[in-house]
Design a protein around this ligand. Structure first.
Ligand code: ZN
Length: 187
């Protein structure tokens, strides 16, 4: 019997939670990594994408290829080709060094599918919030500002896919910059 949308989403959460087991976000608060993909899916669901089941599943799974031992075949078997393709679109090429990976995101975003653009926006929105609230341990203000600038270079190229998300990204970016500049002046 075909699984309901709710069952499919719970399966994705179960799968990603298992895969990311033992992983934490880079900040001081030692947040379990799985909080991040769930947050990305939540941002999408609350900004016009609640009925976009392929996108929501891919959001929950968007880091399993990049950050765990998951193989693309597993995603196809469990969640179908469309979800797998979307996750692949949001997975960095690990053969590239960090700087080249970042450049690749800037270069490739225009060619991405509509769903991949939405996922990238929500991913960056989630990361921007963390950069302010719970930044990676050891990151200076300059490094955090560099991150914001890079995220902006990627996402400023995205328009016309979801106005709410695009607006939210711009707002979060603006607030994050102000928060960091204020923090810099206090140090
Ligand atoms: Zn992510």
């Amino acid at each position: 019997m075909e699984k309901t949308v709710e069952q499919q989403l719970l399966n994705a959460i179960q799968f990603a939670t298992e895969k990311h087991k033992g992983q934490f976000r880079k900040g001081f608060s030692k947040t379990p990594f799985i909080n991040h993909p769930i947050n990305v899916a939540d941002i999408l669901a609350n900004n016009g994408e609640a009925d976009n089941i392929i996108l929501l599943k891919a959001a929950i799974l968007h880091d399993v290829l990049e950050d765990t031992n998951t193989k693309a075949n597993e995603l196809i078997e469990n969640f179908g080709v469309d979800v797998c393709k979307l996750v692949l679109e949001c997975t960095d090429n690990k053969n590239l060094v960090s700087e080249d990976r970042k450049q690749a995101q800037i270069d490739c975003v225009c060619k991405a599918s509509t769903n991949a653009k939405k996922l990238k926006l929500a991913d960056k929105i989630s990361n921007i919030k963390d950069i302010i609230i719970d930044p990676p341990i050891g990151w200076s203000i300059d490094r955090r500002l560099d991150y914001l600038e890079w995220a902006n270079d990627v996402c400023c190229q995205i328009n016309g896919v979801n106005e709410k998300l695009e607006q939210l990204f711009n707002n979060e970016m603006e607030m994050a910059k102000i928060a960091l500049i204020t923090e810099a002046n206090l140090v």
